[in-house]
Design a protein around this ligand. Structure first.
Ligand code: NDP
Length: 691
């Protein structure tokens, strides 16, 4: 820092339930405004007691989350998302210092809030209102049904330690926090120093909201080197950053000997492949070029998902280069994001700028030719609207390279983490697949084509080497969420070079913070452990019709067994006439008998399900509010005229809703005939009042 500069504030950490400001020890790192070079904050070099931080998460944080069900945690995520939405303008303001435009800030901040909303919703729709997750169907392991198996998941007992990258200080934190929180595991966040002030501002907004229990989110502002020394088999580490740091972490004793679960999301040479069917001027061509330019310029290309390799038919390279050049000239204005009209801001730091320029120089040395842009100091728009160079800022103009030799190792190896992409020509579709896969495993690829055969060829060829593949054509060009935007519903991660991790992906990401255990025992024991009734477990018909019971009194295993009902030929004929379902198996004796599955005319499956409802329903108004569906319906034995039906309905799972005065009850339904053969099995889904 020079003598004329205002001393930067030392960033606080939020640990052990309080904000802590380390004394400025002179060993810290001054982080600067990416556009102007002004100091923003100092990240202190002095370490915190990381052992105490981890212990606090494992005790206070674990206890707080253990007291909550999945649904209660999900509701807190939703409330947090709503709160952050209300204060996001303040975060946008801080975000300007990272060099990002308002659009970039939205990708980071609204993107992070969106992850909270999604997990807040999925947690209540896809997880039980419980502490334990039933994983997959029950397995029967004995002939007499007295012994079975069931996979379950329980939360890990330690902390979820995040080591984040500089490019998405808010999204990067929240996309890891939300699934860990939903699983019931407290997070410790270590942001990248370069933009740690924005992560600190976001955590301040979270803490100020008072929504989260103590100990579930701690922030370590500082280098935090050596954090792995404090972790063991109870803990997970989710790392985003360079492949070289990931390697250092992966060979640490904590991972190799103590069983820390490490997922890494590292650099990725993502591809966009233009189908052989796509000609210049077509909607697919336009959408492809737009996607390439978007990925080069959003966040100034500092996205792990950005397109680095533009793989196109060899005879269309010139057309693609010209179209990219034209679109950049028309649309891209580089400058301080505080100035009007700027569409691409600065890189996060001067160090990153030097890193990117070095990367481009290496690509050129490796055979690349710069065909759009150059490495000279760009003229940019300053905050006051004037134009000129900004040597203290971290600006780089978009650079497109072309590789005459598409096999040049450099283009499949060097990630210039900025507004940089390279064009490669392919001979045929197999060649395109081969080139895309030379990235050694990537987070995402786009395939642009309107020909289903081309799409199938390319996607089946590259999918094993990619975590996500976006198929782009004229019909989804406008509605697509975009090549570079991970969505919380789908897997974000990729094999090999991309780090081998799998962040996000709906409930899959929650399961990452949980241990899968195979339980074995009697149906009664497994029902007691999982709260989900299974055949063979005790059930009771002696305490009144279960449809008369509110959730306050209904118990798993409460059942109703109906009296018999005969199915007549008239019933079948009437149902056929009434519904219009006159399929021959129900109306034509001779044709039905010729069918290998039927002895003659049989009852409609839907008739059986309707009769079953007539047998088990208790009709008077009561706590059962609605039937909202059936699941796993199977017709097992044909029913012929003269057969007699009975049904047994058992309360199999009870899920009270947190924010409603009702809940869901899943009923196990078994329909049998006069020989006790199962005719149909299914689950009935109902909404039932709490009181
Ligand atoms: P780093 O790997 O150096 O940093 C990433 C994170 O790891 C930061 O929080 C950093 O902390 C921390 N860290 C660094 N070294 C250690 C260590 N030995 N032990 C524990 N934590 C450590 O990546 P950079 O930020 O320097 O970025 C370098 C390159 O990584 C980029 O140019 C790009 O190629 C790639 N990258 C990929 C990203 C992706 O999303 N896939 C995102 C960002 C970068 P601190 O900041 O305090 O040093």
């Amino acid at each position: 820092m020079t003598a004329t500069e205002t001393p930067a504030r030392t960033l606080d950490s939020y640990v052990l339930g309080a904000w802590q400001r380390p004394p400025s020890d002179g060993a810290g790192q001054v982080v600067r405004d990416a556009s102007t070079g002004e100091p923003v904050a100092e990240v202190a070099g002095q370490g915190l007691d990381l052992g105490a931080v981890v212990a606090y998460g494992r005790t206070v944080g674990q206890d707080a989350l253990g007291a909550l069900t999945f649904h209660q945690r999900a509701l807190l995520l939703k409330r947090l998302a709503q709160h952050l939405t209300g204060v996001k303008e303040d975060l946008y303001e801080v975000s300007l210092r990272t060099g990002g435009t308002r659009r970039d800030a939205m990708v980071d901040i609204d993107g992070g809030i969106g992850v909270l909303f999604t997990y807040g919703s999925k947690g209540r729709r896809e997880l039980p209102n419980a502490h334990l997750l039933v994983d997959g169907p029950p397995e029967s392991l004995s002939r007499d049904g007295s012994f079975g198996g069931q996979h379950v998941r329980t939360r890990r007992q330690g902390v979820a330690f995040q080591v984040n990258a500089f490019n998405f200080p808010v999204w990067g934190m929240l996309e890891k926090f939300a699934p860990a929180f939903l699983a019931g595991v407290p997070s410790v966040v270590k942001p990248a120093s370069a933009t740690a002030y924005l992560a600190e501002a976001a955590v301040r907004a979270i803490v100020d909201s008072g929504i989260l229990p103590d100990g579930v989110l701690q922030l370590v502002s500082g280098p935090a080197r050596g954090f792995l020394d404090h972790l063991d088999v109870r803990d997970t580490v989710s790392f985003t950053g360079s492949a070289s740091t990931a390697r250092v972490l992966a060979v640490d004793d904590a991972v190799i000997r103590r069983g820390v679960v490490l997922t890494a999301e590292t650099d990725s040479l993502n591809a966009a492949v233009l189908g052989s069917d796509v000609e210049p001027g077509s909607p697919e061509f336009t959408a492809f070029v737009a996607s390439v330019v978007t990925e080069m310029t959003v966040k100034a290309g500092q996205k792990c998902t950005a397109i680095r390799r533009v793989i196109v038919p060899a005879d269309r390279q010139d057309a693609v280069v010209d179209a990219v050049r034209e679109r950049i000239a028309q649309r891209v204005v580089v400058g301080d994001p505080r100035a009007d009209g700027v569409t691409m801001g600065a890189l996060a730091s001067v160090a990153q700028k030097e890193e990117v320029l070095r990367g481009v120089a290496e690509l050129v040395a490796g055979g690349g030719q710069i065909v759009v842009g150059d490495l000279a100091e760009p003229e940019v728009v300053h905050a006051d609207g004037t134009r000129g160079p900004a040597p203290d800022g971290a600006f780089v103009a978009p650079v497109l390279l072309r590789f005459p030799d598409p096999d040049a190792p450099a283009v499949h190896d060097i990630e210039a983490f900025g507004p940089v992409a390279s064009v490669l020509g392919y001979r045929d579709l197999d060649d395109a697949v081969r080139l895309a896969n030379l990235g050694g495993g990537s987070l995402v690829a786009t395939v642009a084509s309107a020909d289903p055969a081309v799409v199938r060829h390319l996607v089946t060829g590259i999918a094993p080497m990619h975590g996500r593949v976006l198929v782009l054509d004229r019909d989804d060009a406008r509605s697509s969420t975009g090549h570079g935007s991970p969505v919380p519903h789908l897997v974000h991660g990729g094999p090999g070079r991309a780090g081998g991790g799998e962040e996000l992906g709906g409930v899959r990401a929650v399961e990452h913070y949980m241990q899968r255990t195979a339980l074995q025992g009697t149906p009664a024991a497994l029902t007691g452990l999982t709260g989900r009734w299974r055949a063979g477990a005790p059930s009771s018909t002696g305490t009144g019709h279960p449809f008369r019971k509110s959730l306050a009194v209904l118990r798993v295993g409460d059942a109703v067994e109906s009296g018999p009902r005969e199915v007549t030929l008239d019933d079948i004929a009437h149902f056929a006439d009434f519904t219009g379902d006159t399929f021959y198996a129900h109306t034509d004796e001779e044709a039905a008998a010729a069918n290998p599955f039927f002895p003659g005319r049989v009852a409609h499956g839907y008739l059986l399900v309707s009769f079953a409802a007539g047998l088990f329903v208790d009709p008077a108004p009561g706590p059962v509010l609605a039937n909202y569906g059936l699941e796993n319906l199977r017709f097992l034995t044909p029913v012929v005229p003269g057969d007699t039906l009975r049904v047994r309905l058992t309360a199999a799972q009870i899920t009270p809703r947190e924010d409603e005065d009702y809940g869901e009850v899943r009923w196990d339904a078994v329909l049998t005939n006069q020989r006790d053969e199962q005719v149909a099995t299914y689950e009935v889904l109902t909404l039932v009042a709490k009181e």
